[in-house]
Design a protein around this ligand. Structure first.
Ligand SMILES: Nc1ncnc2c1ncn2[C@@H]1O[C@H](COP(=O)(O)OP(=O)(O)OP(=O)(O)O)[C@@H](O)[C@H]1O
Length: 789
């Protein structure tokens, strides 16, 4: 009877999972069906070699390299594979839900309509399976998606991973799937797409993968199941508690239910063991005497009243929901904690480093177009943010319409220069059942975009306002600094270093918001003492006599600080902005004024600096400037003028107001594909400005007065011009010509006759050179030295 009781207990055991389970492949406690046998055969076959009948493919070289690194990685945080798989499953579910908006049929019926993720463990066989009812993959999808890497920048990632060993960013590079090989040595991907049959992709990460039509697993209906045959050392992922903890940690914000086939200890009332009760009866019989007959009867009656059951512990299995799918953006911003925003950012950005986002903005737009949005400024700029700025169409904003994910490639939501922001928009106003193309043209998008830009710029402005480093008010700064935890200190400089270029690109591209963006601009100046300053701060320090905002452009701060263009400005204590980023040159073509103040490039014409003697000097140097201009006629010099910007340098070359500056010319020259004819056209007209107080200039004037036709004076004047060109940042068009002028001048300073010629080499009969002993020795010494080096 015992045997029977056990059998009964077994049959009640939790091997009878819901219907979904039956289709799910490996059954935990092993139901012995025909398909099971076939399956096990298939499995054991495949563990040895990939299935013989399968079509074999080689991984793209880059994928193989990546897999090699992953397999041999000593990276300790192997957990990341799970969030990558769940994230892929969630993407696939998003895709089918989106398709279903316009065609309900694609969802199918019954269990197929359940948009969920299921995780299952088979401790015995050491298999962890993750299944989704997403869009699935056709045979071709399997080959392409899990064999090649489409996204660029993967090489960069592989390099980085090899050197830093940090795999945490894997998801951001579009190669998350391969992280399965951190924990598994053999992986099967079973997938069913509506347009194809069910296929199995499998690989042991040995350079090859195989695809075969799946005739042995239970049909999936639709979607993908990934089976990880875990390595021995990855046994911890068969622990339910561990998986629950991981899903909580990484996948909290997944918008689909994630269910774990979880065991549960339950107490159950089972019929009390009859054998035992008989034994008891027997014992009681033997111990009883006949006299006790009446008493006994009473006890028996009592016993019969007692239930004949007992409590036993049983393990049952059931689907346990691991996430609560809370859409953070639907909640009131007041209710969401900083910690939740941080976590949400990490899941959105697939960035699981410790870095927190720099700022966020969570808002609810009402009116004609209603939407909710959360925007984040990431802690760091992605490695390729500006590399392909004009070519990529990558926006980092997810668009939802009434909680349904539509796309994360909607470039209509934010202008390019704000592409560094992460976040999402969920609109109730946009229609749900139209194609993506139709949606892209929807008039509400313009309103959404406008509001998003406003909010984004506000968020950046606040970042500066809250930074004590940004304030001019020393007292306020001290108060802030003394507060214990001042996380906000220096945050704007950090933002500027990461994303400053984006703000500059914004000024160039977004005329409507130019002024708002200009407020966010930061730069160093001749007086900022190595710190960043803003236009507002610059203006607040302007001298009362100063009308324009002064700036200069060049390759480096050090170079600019020595520029002759700043001589007199420095002397007179004017502040000048130092722009050292090539993009600044473009920027200043668009930023004409700010708060009614014009910008003046101090290396260009138009600088107004009072010099009471200008008129007088102009008159007294008229002869020289006229003569010099005609001497330089062939050098494309528009004019020769008295300068108001020089102190110690004899002369400089300035450009016309709307032409390119010297630095811009350099930038354009360095661009391989720039158009030579445009270069000639845009090149600023050059004006030689002379310093009338400089002894060289004064001496030159005297010499010209004496003999304007003196060739040596003409040569000297040309040499001065060429030197000024160089010092002003221009490239010399004919360096050979310049060099020969310098040598002529050197000759005269060494008192060498200008006609002196170079000594001719004697014409000897050509003989092979024979090394003398001494030469040989020195040569061998040299080579020894090289070896040592
Ligand atoms: N569960 C799945 N269902 C359908 N397609 C999938 C699934 N998992 C992966 N894929 C396909 O394989 C591709 C490669 O996946 P992988 O994780 O390597 O990169 P990714 O998903 O594009 O980028 P990321 O890792 O950033 O999510 C995906 O783009 C997707 O097309």
């Amino acid at each position: 009877r015992k045997v029977q009781a056990n059998a009964e207990a077994d049959s009640d055991a939790p091997v009878d999972p819901p219907k979904v389970e039956e289709k799910f492949g490996a059954v935990p406690n092993g139901l012995s069906t025909d398909s099971d046998v076939a399956k096990r055969e298939a499995e054991s076959m495949s563990r040895k070699t990939l299935r013989a009948s399968a079509e074999k493919f080689e991984f793209q070289a880059e994928v193989s390299r990546l897999m090699d690194i992953l397999i041999n990685s000593l990276y300790s945080n192997k957990d990341i594979f799970l969030r990558e798989l769940i994230s892929n499953a969630s993407d696939a579910l998003d895709k089918i839900r989106f398709l279903a908006l316009t065609d309900k049929e694609v969802l199918g019926e019954g269990d197929n309509t359940k948009l969920e993720i299921q995780i299952k463990l088979d401790k015995e066989k050491k298999i962890l399976s993750i299944r989704d009812r997403g869009v699935g993959m056709t045979k071709e999808d399997l080959r392409k998606n899990l064999g090649t890497i489409a996204k660029s920048g993967t090489s960069a990632f592989v390099e980085k991973m090899q050197t830093s060993g940090d795999l945490n960013l894997i998801g951001q590079f579009g190669v998350g799937f391969y992280s399965v090989y951190l924990v598994a040595d053999y992986v099967e991907v079973i997938s069913k797409h509506n347009d194809d049959k069910q296929y199995v992709w499998e690989s042991k990460a040995d350079g090859a993968f195989a695809i075969s039509e799946d005739t042995w697993n239970e049909p999936l209906g639709r979607g993908t199941e990934i089976r990880l045959h875990l390595r021995d050392e990855a046994g911890e992922y068969l622990d339910e508690l561990k998986l629950k903890e991981l899903v909580k940690k990484y996948s909290e914000f997944i918008n689909f239910p994630i269910n774990l086939w979880a065991s549960k200890e339950v107490e159950k009332e089972v019929p009390a063991d009859e054998d035992e009760s008989i034994d008891e009866e027997e014992t009681s019989e033997s111990s009883s005497s006949e006299e006790d007959g009446e008493e006994e009867d009473a006890e028996k009656a009592e016993d019969e009243k007692k239930p004949k059951t007992k409590t036993v512990k049983e393990t049952t299995y059931e689907w346990e929901l691991l996430n609560d799918m809370k859409a953070i953006w639907l909640r009131s911003p007041k209710e969401v904690t900083d910690e939740e925003y941080n976590k949400f950012y990490h899941s959105l950005a697939k960035d699981f480093s410790e870095d927190k986002p720099m700022a966020w903005s969570h808002f609810n737009a009402e009116g004609d177009v209603e939407f909710k949005a959360v925007l984040f400024i990431p802690p760091k700029a992605p490695h390729d943010l500006y590399e392909s700025y004009y070519n990529t169409k990558q926006s980092n904003l997810k668009l939802y319409v009434r909680r349904v994910f539509i796309s994360d490639e909607f470039n209509e939501l934010l202008p390019k220069y704000l592409n560094f922001l992460m976040g999402l928009v969920d609109s109730d106003t946009l229609p749900l059942n139209v194609s993506r193309e139709m949606l892209q043209q929807h008039s509400s998008l313009k309103t959404i975009k406008k509001k998003l830009i406003r909010k984004a710029l506000d968020m950046i402005r606040k970042l500066a306002e809250e930074d004590p480093d940004e304030t001019n008010d020393k007292e306020k700064r001290d108060v802030e600094e003394s507060s214990e935890e001042n996380e906000k200190k220096g945050q704007y400089a950090k933002f500027w270093n990461e994303f400053g270029k984006s703000i500059k690109l914004g000024i160039i591209e977004d005329a409507t918001n130019r002024n708002r963006l200009a407020k966010l601009l930061r730069f160093e100046t001749t007086k900022s003492d190595g710190k960043l300053t803003s236009l507002d701060q610059y203006i607040s320090r302007m001298k009362s006599s100063q009308k324009d905002i002064f700036y200069i452009t060049g390759a480096s701060k050090e170079q600019l600080e020595k520029s002759p263009f700043l001589e007199r400005l420095n002397k007179k204590d004017y502040e000048v902005i130092l722009f050292t980023d090539p993009v600044d040159e473009y920027l200043m073509q668009y930023l004409m004024d700010y708060e009614d103040k014009k910008f003046q490039n101090v290396s260009k014409e138009g600088l107004k600096l009072k010099d009471s003697k200008t008129k007088e000097l102009k008159e007294s140097f008229k002869g020289l400037t006229k003569w010099w201009k005609s001497t330089l006629a062939s050098d494309n010099v528009e004019d020769v003028k008295i300068s108001n910007r020089l102190a110690d340098t004899p002369c400089v070359v300035v450009t016309s107001k709307y032409g390119w500056s010297a630095y811009m010319e350099k930038i354009m020259h360095s661009q391989t594909l720039s158009d030579a004819s445009k270069q000639a056209y845009m090149r600023g007209k050059r004006v030689l400005e002379i310093n009338p107080r400089h002894p060289i200039i004064k001496a030159l004037r005297e010499r010209v007065v004496t003999d304007p036709e003196d060739e040596s004076v003409k040569l000297t004047a040309k040499l001065i011009y060429q030197t000024a060109l160089m010092e002003s940042g221009f490239d010399l068009s004919d360096p050979k010509d310049f060099a020969s002028h310098i040598y002529s001048s050197v000759k005269s300073s060494l008192n060498i006759s200008p006609d002196a010629t170079v000594e001719e080499e004697e014409d000897e009969a050509e003989e092979p050179e024979v090394e003398t002993k001494a030469e040989e020795e020195s040569a061998s010494e040299e080579s020894e030295l090289k070896d040592e080096l």
